[in-house]
Design a protein around this ligand. Structure first.
Ligand code: FAD
Length: 471
């Protein structure tokens, strides 16, 4: 019997992508008793099976074998491909948007619900699905202490980071750098241990390692075509479809399915919060790879006004080796001091939108550049980090040699105007009443704040509207 025979093919809802938004929405829909299929291109790991070696996790948890590049090859794009999506590989730092970000979204999109008061119940609803904690001060590692000391010596304001985590058991000596490849103790509140788990208990059908290639629209049914884990072409039909394949994934799918003619803004308005990691090398051991990976962030009004933020962060050796400039002995001399490195990252609230298109073979092509304003913002962040490292006695400062894009946002930006946006404030694509999106692709612009909490909140809001439309 073929793997396709005897399978259910028709569903009330099909959700594409099992990242953050997809499971949040699927969970709500499953509560109504509707039949829901979720299709995810990546594999389904669990705490016992996440890849252990950094090099394996890069190749097994990300598209493009670990990293993709923009057309200028100066921004490394990190795009998760695994059940749980970004919630498996990310740092789970959760921030509600401030007035600055929401005012800007309201202006650009015309959607009246982008205010702190109207978003608050949806953030609360998202929060009710998770455990959120601040890292207790006694567990801050050497990297965090440099960050704090440097901030205070320069008169900058800092704040503790807040994470979706349950019990990281720092007293047992756990090193959270490992959780960039999936949390081995299920402390990180990824969707597979929260809303996806609940959706599966309510009857969600999840098919992993199924890459959706195309969708064909009709008013009463959407046909989803893709390739399953056996390399076979397979099709499913959904009365309604929810796109949760992320900024690049959703744009790619709709572009490959011929939607550009009806949705002129498709693929535009793409932002990444370009991030750069700088290293400070100290005589003493810092051991930034030990204990909680990140625990502090900037909380400085002047940084916010200048469109950047700083976070205390680090990365495993392969990633650090990619950031360190130079070759052979020069490169090795820096890498040998891995345990003596402190690391701070600057993230830019980028103002120059990029554009996602597809190549002749249907692969995504990302044009994304920093304009003069964004480069100036980045330079301001570098300056602040140099001040921090110098004030705390760094013997050498190494600027990471390329920029990383890991907050991938836009491409299906939400708005009231169909000529300038793709997704309506009701979360259906303009002109397509049975195709919805509420993930990172609907972001109207770059907020300059960690996106995932807002993806969860917006997905909760969208799910309520989708269910209302369906009834
Ligand atoms: C290393 C790293 C650290 C981060 N840290 C933080 C943080 O601390 N805080 C924060 O707020 N944000 C963080 N982020 C960003 C955050 O994880 C993302 O913004 C978030 O995951 C986006 O959610 P999403 O649901 O839109 O898409 P994703 O989580 O990316 O999920 C999309 C899913 O769709 C699947 N998919 C794509 N195309 C197809 C297809 N054709 N067929 C089937 N499936 C498909 C993908 O494989 C993926 O699993 C981080 C990201 C990275 C990479």
């Amino acid at each position: 019997m073929s793997s396709k025979e005897g399978k259910k093919k028709d569903f009330d809802f099909i959700v594409i992508g099992a990242g953050i938004s997809g499971p949040f929405i699927a969970h709500e829909i499953c509560k109504t008793g509707a039949t829901v299929l979720m299709l995810e291109a990546g594999p389904h790991f669990n705490r016992d099976t996440y890849p252990c070696k950094e090099i394996d996790s890069n190749s097994q948890l990300y598209w493009g074998g670990g990293i993709e590049l923009n057309t200028d090859a100066d921004i490394g794009i990190l795009r998760p491909k695994v059940v749980g999506g970004g919630s498996i590989v990310n740092q789970a730092l959760l921030d509600r948007f401030d007035k600055i970000a929401l005012d800007s979204w309201k202006d650009v999109s015309g959607a009246d619900f982008f205010t702190q008061a109207k978003m608050a119940p949806w953030y609360d609803a998202a929060e009710s699905e998770l455990t959120i904690q601040e890292i207790p001060a006694q567990y801050r590692n050497g990297n965090a202490l440099i960050f704090k000391d440097g901030f205070e010596k320069n008169g900058f304001n800092w704040a503790p980071l807040v994470r979706a985590q349950k019990d990281c058991r720092f007293e047992d000596g756990n090193d959270c750098i490992e959780c960039l490849s999936g949390c081995r103790i299920d402390s990180k509140q990824s969707t597979p241990v929260t809303v996806l788990k609940k959706a599966l208990e309510l009857g969600l059908t999840l098919e992993s390692e199924f890459e959706v290639k195309n969708l064909r629209w009709a008013e009463d049914v959407v046909t989803i075509m893709g390739v399953n884990r056996y390399g076979e072409h397979e099709a499913y039909r959904g009365r309604k479809v929810v796109l949760g394949a992320g900024a690049i994934g959703n744009s790619r799918l709709l572009l490959n399915s011929g939607f550009k003619k009806k949705l002129p803004a498709l693929g535009k308005n793409f932002y990444t919060h370009p991030q750069s990691m700088l290293l400070g090398l100290y005589d003493k051991a810092i051991n930034a790879h030990k204990g909680p990976l990140q625990s502090l962030k900037s909380n400085d009004a002047s940084f916010r006004a200048n469109y950047f933020k700083l976070e205390n962060v680090f990365a495993p050796p392969v990633a650090i080796a990619m950031l360190v400039p130079g070759l052979a002995k020069q490169h090795l001399s820096v890498m040998k001091r891995y345990a003596h490195m402190a690391c701070i990252e600057v993230a830019v609230r980028d103002t120059n939108p990029g554009e996602i298109s597809v190549t002749g073979s249907g692969r995504p092509r990302v044009v994304k550049r920093l304009n003069a304003f964004d480069r100036d913002t980045q330079a301001k962040g570098f300056k602040a980090i140099h001040q921090i490292f110098k004030a705390t006695g760094a013997k050498q400062i190494v600027d990471g040699r390329f920029t990383i894009g890991l907050h991938l946002m836009g491409g299906l930006n939400l708005g009231t105007d169909p000529s300038r946006s793709v997704t309506s404030p009701d979360f259906n694509l303009h002109g397509f009443k049975n195709i919805y999106a509420a993930d990172s692709s609907v972001f109207p612009n770059a907020p300059g704040i960690n996106p995932s909490f807002t993806i969860m909140a917006v997905s909760k809001m969208a799910a309520a509207k989708i269910i209302q439309h369906a009834s």
